[in-house]
Design a protein around this ligand. Structure first.
Ligand code: CMP
Length: 143
């Protein structure tokens, strides 16, 4: 089925001037960009987005990093988008990411790992609505 996933090009991606490179990888893999913006999250907004991780030992480090500079949330659409995007970006820890994945090629560590992707269809919807109103997400273009 056609699915949506919410990607975030993280502050390390923006600082390394890799927005275009990473977006090109994503689009070349067949993902359609339906919404995109560049914003700097407040610490509180980062905590809200990652609320599911609030009990994890890395929560403070994660939300400090995610609010450390601009990031680029992107709504992506594709057949099987959730699983295919996770394959494209590779394992959370770049040391464990398959060769040729975005994280293997560009990420420095498990916390500065270049990009986020939703882990389920339900979370994709929830995460997209954290950043975008429904009217800001472009409808599927007619062929
Ligand atoms: P992401 O896909 O954005 O979802 C949660 C993030 O927490 C994850 O990518 C990692 O960047 C980060 N994370 C997961 N495990 C650790 C860890 N052990 N130490 C630091 N950050 C982590």
């Amino acid at each position: 089925a056609t699915e949506r996933t919410l990607a975030i090009l993280k502050p390390d991606c923006v600082r390394k001037e890799l927005i275009g490179t990473v977006l090109a990888r994503i689009q070349d893999a067949g993902f359609a960009v339906r919404a995109l913006k560049m914003i700097t999250l407040s610490k509180r907004e980062a905590e809200g987005f990652y609320a599911v991780h609030e009990d994890k030992p890395f929560f403070d480090e994660l939300t400090d990093f995610m609010s450390s500079g601009p990031c680029v949330p992107v709504v992506l659409e594709k057949e099987n988008a959730i699983a295919d995007f996770r394959t494209l970006i590779g394992a959370t820890n770049p040391d464990e990411a398959d060769e040729g994945t975005i994280r293997a090629d560009f990420a420095d560590s498990i916390s500065t790992n270049i990009v986020h992707g939703s882990d389920s269809v339900g979370n994709g919807q929830k995460e997209a609505s954290y950043f975008f109103a429904e009217h800001e997400i472009v409808a599927n273009r007619a062929a």
